[in-house]
Write a protein that binds this ligand. Structure first.
Ligand code: GLA
Length: 505
């Protein structure tokens, strides 16, 4: 397969992918700044943020009221430095200009204890590369996050999942060796010759680096975990420069035999406290598949997000695609989500993607229909879920990018109020979610989970709304009218209508 890159456009010559109507309008040549309007960071820690911005480059970036301990590179839009020592809110305004126009956007940096004031966004290697992951593939993913334009919409974390460590008992020469160095800290396998150089590479693009380990002796794929080396491994991960840690239960099940709440919490409480003490902001993703109702306590033990279910792609029931099954379960925990604490229903598996049942199989174009893919992204956005794409970054196509990169859909996910949509209605055929937004408007998703096209309606009384409401179709980015007491839309099988309702003047 050949790939050619022309500017921000990635052209793929290869198998024809499941394409449907592209709903997301193309961004114009003038700058448009995207991304969260609030950002949490701890006092005096390294700071890095690439301003997500579409429009024709070169773009000249400026910022007003940027704290003195930070600097902005006007050509790349990358802000770096340290957060101020003084706690408080820093109301920065970001600006971008080119020959076609200019844009500005509020960006409030909240220096305090809470990270992840909006859900993290990025890419994770698991569902494409599994145990085939290498330093080279991670670098390529970072390259594509920028060249494809994903970073211009707020995708930021480039995350390594399992399989970067030594694998005890392996016959593969790339995976064998001393699992730990003389000091006792975890070592990488030969696919990752220099972790610090790798995170430097990612950071050089203004992006962030994520990694993975387990509180158990072994990871889920049988590599070395952090058991009894939690502190030294966390320090090593921080020295390497990682910004996010996924902490996956796996073989800890053999340590925690009683399965009490205390046991479920113990390894996460420990890692949460260790990360607190490091000179680096590292988001903690709890991966223990929802045990002990993790949504009730994940935030208290230091987590910023937690998987609420098992792995996507392993569902047994086949009537509805897996993302619907996992998503509808995740939707039940809306009351527990908020800034700094997010329910995580797993990654976005569209585009060219591997098979969770048979990880040795070559990744293939998704068999989700275009309507299902729009539903997937809509549901994750309404649920304020972490948005991690996990398909093949080397084989992104226009349709997949249009699903992943709609600024108005992403704005709903990243909204500063930080509410997860609540379930308005659920029947065998209809699933309706509503998410209140910071500006007083409400985002609504009308999901057709039946097997035939269907007209779906939501009444203002169900949304605690009254008076005339303006509806905006966020996928098409178009105002579609003013409605008196309800909104209705024709929806295709497994498809969605997603609107933003705001009081009509
Ligand atoms: C578990 C997790 C997955 C992935 C694998 C890696 O199954 O839930 O997300 O991290 O382990 O082995």
């Amino acid at each position: 397969m050949k790939r050619a890159t022309f500017g921000a456009l990635l052209v793929v010559f290869g198998p024809i992918l499941t394409a449907g109507p592209v709903l997301t309008p193309k961004p114009g040549p003038a700058p448009k700044i995207n991304g969260p309007k609030v950002y949490g960071a701890r006092p005096g820690k390294p700071f890095l943020y690439r301003i997500p911005c579409t429009g024709q480059r070169p773009i000249r970036f400026t910022a007003s009221k940027l704290p003195a301990s930070m600097k902005l590179d006007s050509a790349t839009g990358i802000i770096s430095g340290r957060t101020p020592e003084k706690r408080g809110e820093y109301a920065v305004t970001l600006q971008a200009a080119n020959g076609h126009g200019k844009a500005s956007r509020a960006f409030k940096i909240v220096v305090g204890d809470t990270l992840a004031l909006t859900p993290p966004m990025g890419w994770n290697h698991w569902y494409t590369h599994y145990n085939r992951i290498t330093d080279k593939l991670i670098r390529e993913a970072a390259d594509v996050m920028v060249s494809s334009g994903m970073a211009d919409y707020g995708y930021q974390y480039v995350s390594i999942d399992d399989c970067w460590m030594i694998k005890p008992g392996s016959k593969d020469p790339m995976l064998v060796g001393e699992p730990r160095d003389a000091a006792g800290a975890v070592r990488t396998n030969k696919h990752f010759p220099d972790m610090k150089a790798l995170t430097d590479y990612i950071h050089g693009k203004g992006l962030k680096a994520g990694t993975y380990t387990s509180p158990g002796p072994l990871t889920c794929a049988g590599y070395v975990g952090a058991y009894e080396h939690e502190e030294i491994d966390a320090k090593r991960i921080a020295e390497w420069g990682f910004d996010l840690l996924k902490y996956d239960w796996c073989s800890y099940g053999k340590i925690a035999r009683e399965k009490t709440l205390e046991e479920f919490q113990r390894p996460y409480r420990k890692m949460g406290a260790i990360l607190q003490g490091l000179d680096r902001d590292i988001q903690l993703n709890l991966c223990q598949y929802g045990m002990g109702d993790v949504w009730r306590w994940g935030g208290e033990v230091g987590g910023h997000s937690w998987r609420t279910t098992g792995d996507l792609g392993l569902e047994k029931d086949t009537r509805l695609p897996g993302f619907y099954q996992i998503g509808m379960r995740n939707a039940e925990h809306s009351e527990y989500a908020g800034p700094g604490r997010w329910n995580d229903p797993d990654y976005i598996l569209i585009g060219v993607i591997g098979n969770a049942h048979r990880i040795d199989e070559a990744p293939k174009p998704t068999n989700l229909t275009p309507d299902e893919q729009y539903s997937y992204m809509s549901m994750w956005s309404l649920m304020a879920s972490p948005l991690f794409y996990s398909g093949d970054m080397g084989r992104l196509d226009e349709f997949t990018l249009n699903v992943l990169c709609n600024s108005e859909v992403i704005d709903i996910n990243q909204d500063a109020l930080g509410k997860q949509a609540r379930i308005v209605r659920r029947t065998d055929e209809e699933f309706v979610l509503a998410k209140p937004l910071e500006d007083g408007s409400i985002a609504v998703g009308l999901f057709n989970i039946g097997e035939a096209p269907r007209k779906l309606t939501v009444k203002w009384t169900e949304l605690n709304l009254s008076g005339r409401q303006k509806a905006r179709d966020v996928w098409r980015q178009k105002d579609i009218g003013v409605f008196a007491d309800s909104f209705a839309a024709e929806t295709p099988r497994h498809g969605v209508a997603m609107v933003r309702l705001s009081a009509a003047k």
